[in-house]
Design a protein around this ligand. Sequence first.
Ligand code: FES
Length: 347
Amino acid sequence: MSHIVNLVTFDEKIEVGPDETILEIALEENISYPYGCASGNCGACKSRLILGNVEMRSHSSFALTDDERARGIILACRAEPRSDCTLAVMNYDDALSHPLKQLQGEVISVQKLTHDIAAIRLRLSEPLEYTAGQFASVAFPGFPARDYSFATPPMDNEIEFHIRRMGDQGVSAFVFDELEVGELVAVHGPKGFAFLREQETGPIFAVAGGSGLAPIRAILTAALNHSKTTQRPINLWFGARTESDIYLEEELKALQSACPSFKADIVLSEATDDSLRRTGLVTEAIRSDLEKLGTQALDGARAYLAGPPKMVEAAQEIFTAAGLDNSRIHADAFYTEEDKAALDITR
Ligand code: FES
């Protein structure tokens, strides 16, 4: 049985059927509902249930605590209505208002960054407004759309994505092995709420794993452009498995030279014995560094996290335990198609 959901934030009513979530239908109706992971892990779709009942699919306690649930707060991406409902998006003032666009892009370069990550640059049919940290759905010819984060701050009508090869078949293998300059690609965006809060000047703690460096690089570049005069403290931890998984290192060094308040740490989880790098789990490096920095370093800070879900979830817990409020932690976990199927993620 379907139920009517009144979304007071948007002055819109939607009809949500059985086995459908409020977020799924809101997005189908082109409502700019805030969301990130669409899987109950980031908290970006947090909403206040004013009237009615919903059943919540599984979610992490980072995204929604038991106390919040008891206070009538829900996650739209996990909520199936069990009656007609009325709800309001929380923290909506924090959201962006870039128009969602469907554009065509032409591939203008394909560059291998590592053995399994390629940078794809597209020239769009018209400029796309977005904020560093957001993503778009991208459909390569003959393949279903996939979500990729913008790897740079906005640049006229060019955009760049970093795509990691996930196996020998599918869209990532096609992009890595066969995509050629001149191909036409469909781009739908911008999307996502793990974006840089550009007007702030507080410290930034950024964590990237693998190709999660793409949105983090966009965030850092934009923040460092703004902070040339403010010298805001910016810390990056980039976790990679081996030396061959490191990329953009020269660019990170150049950013450090240009801005002394920016510190970048590369941490290898599977380093060789003779490696001169920092080694171990990137999350352990973060925990140790935060202990040394002390709680005052978190005053007015934001954390931006992007990469594999396990790393993102572990980093979320570390920042929360260190005293950073959940609302100041912005996570972009990169779920594989297998992850999504297992979690019943529709994004
Ligand atoms: S928790 Fe709903 S979008 Fe992430």
